[in-house]
Each structure stands twice: as C-alpha cells, then as structure tokens.
Design a protein around this ligand. Structure first.
Ligand SMILES: *[C@@H]1O[C@H](CO)[C@@H](O)[C@H](O)[C@H]1NC(C)=O
Ligand SMILES: *[C@@H]1O[C@H](CO)[C@@H](O)[C@H](O)[C@H]1NC(C)=O
Ligand SMILES: *[C@@H]1O[C@H](CO)[C@@H](O)[C@H](O)[C@H]1NC(C)=O
Ligand SMILES: *[C@@H]1O[C@H](CO)[C@@H](O)[C@H](O)[C@H]1NC(C)=O
Length: 261
C-alpha cells in the first residue's frame, strides 16, 4: 500500500505549520543580527582557527555528522555483544548563519564538559553537528542550535529487523547553558525525563524519513530561510514532483494521459 497523495500533502502542511515555531525563532535572530548590522551573505567559513587543547580533546571524542554520514555513524557497533542499545549524544551547534553568533558560550561549555561526560560509567558515544555547515541535515531533523539530541539505538535483532530507536530532543538556552547544565542533563540523567520525540521529523522512524521526504523538505525549508518569497512556489513544485514520482509507479489516471489536441 502506498500513501495517498492527500496523506503526503497533509504531512507537508502540518510539518510546515510545526516549523513556524522554528522560523519565528530564526527570524528573531535574523532581526537581531540585522540590527547589529553584521548581516552578510557570505557562507560561514568551513574551519575556525581556534586550536586549543580543549578543542583537540573534543575533536578526538566526538564524531562530526553530515547529511552523508549520519546514518552510518549513528549505529550500534556490530562487533560488541553488549550493550544491546547504543546511546548517542549529539550536540547541535551553529555559527553566524544558524545560531546568529550566540552559540560560542554553549559550545565552550560542551567542549569543556565532554571529557567529563565521556568518563561516566557506560558513556554514550558523542557526535556534533554544525548547522551552518549542515543546514539540510538540521532542517531534515527540524532541529536548531544550540541543542542536544539523545539517541537510544537498539541493536538489530537476529532477523535484521531493527526495534524502534528512542530519541529525545533538548534545546539548550543560548545564554545560560554552562558545564553544570550539561552535567545535570547527562551525568544526573535528566535527559531521561525528556519526553521522547515521535513526530514527523523523527530521524529514524518519522514518516518523512520513511517516505524519503525529509531531505527534499529540508532543502525547501533551507531555501525559504534564504529567500522567503520563493517558498510557496518551491514547496508546491517539490511536493507535486514527489507525488508525481510516486504516482508514476501506480496506474496512471486515464483522462490525464490523453493528448490535448
Ligand atoms: C560572525 O560574526 C562576527 C561579528 O558578529 C564576526 O566577527 C565573525 O568573523 C563572523 N564569523 C564567521 C565565521 O563569519
Ligand atoms: C569546540 O571543539 C571543536 C572541536 O571538536 C572546535 O572546532 C571548536 O572550535 C571548539 N569550540 C570552542 C568554543 O572551544
Ligand atoms: C558569553 O559569555 C560572556 C562572558 O561570560 C558574556 O559576556 C557574553 O555575553 C556571553 N554571550 C552570550 C551570547 O551569552
Ligand atoms: C535563558 O536563560 C536566561 C537567563 O537565565 C533567561 O532569562 C531566559 O528566559 C532563558 N531563555 C529561555 C528560552 O528559557
């Protein structure tokens, strides 16, 4: 059974509505940035010259996720028999484009905390996403910096079927996040109290991922953030193309197939 076009459209409509909250946040930041007269169309530089010992330590512990590698990275190491569930803690950060330059203090706290968090018994694996460098990945998950995404990924069963992964999303306060905040969340297990996310943008089980819509939609949302007036056109074009593509595999409607003349 294929999802009907109406269902797909309904998903799109409601996810766009859901994303308004994120957009409002983005807009506020954009205005703050514009007011400070630092707006610039130049994409963020790929690397920063900061090479402190702290950065080096952080680098050796955490994996850097991209749109291409996240699915292979966020898995259970098949060579270990235990634990049967692999925990991944993903720190989502950004620079001037996605965090409006406000993520520095939070990232510093994260970098400083990492060695401590890694020293806890049964530590999770750590990863980082820079939304400035990976805007499409961040949009396809509908996440924004600074935040934590905590994954509990069960090992696939003997028949290769994978039980559902549990994901918890915790936004971090840009101004008040310290090493103590991270200690409470991770070492004191406060993250476990966060209600698991089960919406459309769930990276593993969400309908958008399952129907291959998360990434196209992410491009649309990213495009919208760059060029607001284009959204309706791009959205409609993307959605109808996706629906046509799916339709093409089913029986075509007769009337539409007839030549016009
Ligand atoms: C971010 O903006 C600040 C000014 O607000 C500027 O000094 C800095 O170079 C910018 N960073 C990047 C990577 O563009
Ligand atoms: C944090 O660590 C990363 C390396 O993982 C480094 O690129 C970044 O500059 C560091 N940031 C701060 C604020 O220390
Ligand atoms: C980061 O910390 C410094 C020093 O504590 C503070 O002056 C600055 O306002 C903070 N930046 C943000 C974005 O909170
Ligand atoms: C972030 O922390 C500051 C200072 O503690 C507080 O004033 C602000 O309301 C917090 N923001 C959010 C979104 O919780």
């Amino acid at each position: 059974m294929r999802p009907s076009s109406a269902l797909v459209l309904a998903f799109a409509a409601s996810t766009v509505a859901q994303d308004q909250v994120l957009l409002v946040d983005k807009l506020k930041g954009w205005f703050a940035q514009a007011t400070a007269a630092v707006s610039s169309a130049v994409p963020a530089a790929a690397s920063s010259p900061v090479a402190s010992g702290r950065a080096k330590a952080a680098e050796s512990i955490q994996h850097e996720l991209t749109l291409e590698n996240w699915k292979e990275t966020l898995t259970v190491d098949p060579s270990v028999s235990t634990p049967t569930t692999q925990e991944w803690l993903v720190y989502i950060t950004g620079g001037n484009a996605t965090c409006f330059g406000f993520c520095g203090n939070t990232t510093k706290a994260w970098n400083t905390s990492l060695p401590l968090l890694a020293a806890k018994p049964n530590p999770p694996k750590f990863a980082v996403i820079d939304c400035d460098a990976q805007p499409v990945l961040c949009n396809s998950w509908s996440v924004g910096p600074p935040s934590l995404y905590y994954f509990q990924i069960p090992k696939p069963l003997a028949d290769q079927s994978a039980p559902a992964a549990t994901v918890r999303y915790q936004p971090l306060n840009r101004t008040s996040t310290t090493t103590d905040t991270l200690k409470k969340l991770v070492l004191d297990n406060e993250l476990e109290n966060v209600v698991p996310y089960e919406g459309y943008f769930h990276p593993f089980n969400g309908p958008l991922q399952q129907y291959g819509l998360a990434v196209p939609l992410a491009y649309v949302i990213w495009g919208f953030s760059k060029m607001p007036s284009w959204l309706p056109m791009i959205l409609i074009s993307f959605m109808s193309r996706t629906i046509m593509g799916r339709r093409g595999q089913g029986p075509a409607p007769r009337a539409a197939a007839q030549p016009a003349q």
